[in-house]
Write a protein of this length. Sequence first.
Length: 117
Amino acid sequence: MKFVLHIYQGTTPIPGSDRWNALSEKEQKQIYADYAALNQTPGVEPGPPLGTAAAARTVQVTNGATVVTDGTHFPEGVSGFLIFEAEGLEAAVALAARIPAARLGGAVEIRPVERYW
């Protein structure tokens, strides 16, 4: 079964931020190592790095007109995603718990990959 794990940074320290700079070098290296280990996990297909929520544009069509607004449609913004092929939801939950954002102020949303057409 395939799952998409959406990573929401929330208040997670990200490189270049004041919260990141407040971390020790050891803590910063551990976060990088944790993400690298995730990408080496069998069944994981990492998504490409995404820009910040501030750089996002949201597109909606209203009454046939395309409307583009600055920013993300999501309250906290998706900062990344990965695809995980596993035996079941329990494995996806265990993987999500290893994602640094899940323990540092963000969250990870898991959705099964479905076929609609």
